[in-house]
Design a protein around this ligand. Structure first.
Ligand code: SF4
Length: 333
């Protein structure tokens, strides 16, 4: 099976139908013990210090892990990715573009997905067959999410991990399915986690995944991971076709659509506060203005750069924020 790298979530059903093993370059980057060597490689090759660590990491992972074909999102993701494609092309890597149309119109998205299928020489019937195969896996991941916020048996990190893996199913959907079943059996045996504060995490997945364990030191836990949950397509299980599934995906489209989903989850999961993570040098940092204006809940914006662990200043800010949420909760109770 040929490997193909992806720079973000794309209609993976198309790649599987075409006989590829899709690998999310973000996961290859951040899961590597020497993740910083990928950033160093990119900077040695000319990527500016003042550019996003994810883009540099994707580039390094691609080169170091011998990936010679990549799918990249050129609309609905960031302009950094567009420049990344130019450099990958220069290195002899074949890049297939995919777009999530800004218009967020069903007809434009259908054109984009049809073109994607045609680029890989697969039919709608073949793609739908793979969508059907992936549904039981998506259901298991949805179950983990529900065990997180309804039964309080899953940690915030586990919730993050199993949903974020859905961008590429670890390159092996069958093994991932087996792993999920075993994990769910183990989770069901646990006692509920008792913490006073229920937190939501919004924004791109963090470089600093120790965030989840850090808040466990206090009376708080994450019960919602916004973008990671989008990667898992919980609504896609019920979608009538691939077009509907990727139309309902909030992350690549405008803020209004994304905020409506976040608002719904704030109510459904009874959240007390939100951590909005942004990546240094990412255009999404500016979205924090809209998010704070639009959501009626305390929000703390934290920022990551190249390190995969929280710095002491961010830890202090988190502690102060959680203290404040704890006081608020006592007043409300
Ligand atoms: S963090 Fe922002 S700048 Fe970096 S790859 Fe993601 S969207 Fe692009």
């Amino acid at each position: 099976m040929d490997k193909i790298g992806i720079t973000t979530t794309v209609p993976i059903e198309v790649l599987l139908a075409a006989g590829y093993q899709p690998l999310d370059l973000n996961n290859l980057f951040i899961a590597n013990d020497n993740y910083d060597s990928y950033i160093d490689l990119a900077e040695r090759d000319g990527f500016p210090k003042s550019s996003c660590a994810w883009v540099k990491g994707i580039y390094g992972a691609c080169l170091e892990q011998g990936i010679d074909e990549v799918v990249s999102v050129v609309e609905g993701d960031c302009s950094n990715t567009k420049a990344l494609i130019e450099v990958l092309n220069l290195k002899g890597i074949k890049v297939y573009p995919f777009i999530y149309p800004h218009s967020h119109s069903r007809s434009d998205l259908k054109v984009a997905i049809d073109k994607f299928m045609s680029d890989f020489g697969v039919s709608l019937t073949e793609v739908e067959a793979f969508r059907k195969k992936l549904k039981p896996i998506r259901k298991l991941v949805k179950e983990i999410d529900e065990l997180t916020f309804k039964e309080n048996k899953v940690t915030g990190f586990e919730n993050h991990l199993y949903q974020v893996i859905c961008s590429d199913f670890n390159g092996d959907p069958n093994s991932f399915k087996k792993l999920l079943k075993e994990k769910i059996n183990e989770i069901k045996m646990r006692e509920p986690i008792e913490k006073k504060l229920r937190l939501g995490y919004i924004g791109v997945p963090p470089m600093t995944t120790d965030l989840y364990n850090y808040v466990n030191n206090f009376e708080a836990r994450f019960v919602y991971n916004e973008v990671q949950r989008e990667f898992a397509f919980p609504r896609g299980i019920e979608a009538e076709n691939i077009y509907q599934q990727y139309y309902d995906y909030t992350y690549p489209y405008g803020m209004e659509f994304r905020l409506a989903e976040i608002n719904q989850e704030i109510q459904r999961r009874d959240l007390d506060g939100i951590i909005h993570y942004t990546q240094s040098f990412c255009y999404r940092e500016i979205e924090d203005i809209v998010i704070k204006e639009s959501l009626d809940i305390p929000i703390l914006n934290i920022r990551g750069d190249k390190l995969n662990s929280l710095d002491s200043r961010t830890k202090l800010r988190l502690e102060a924020f959680l203290d404040m949420l704890g006081d608020l909760k006592e007043v409300e109770d």
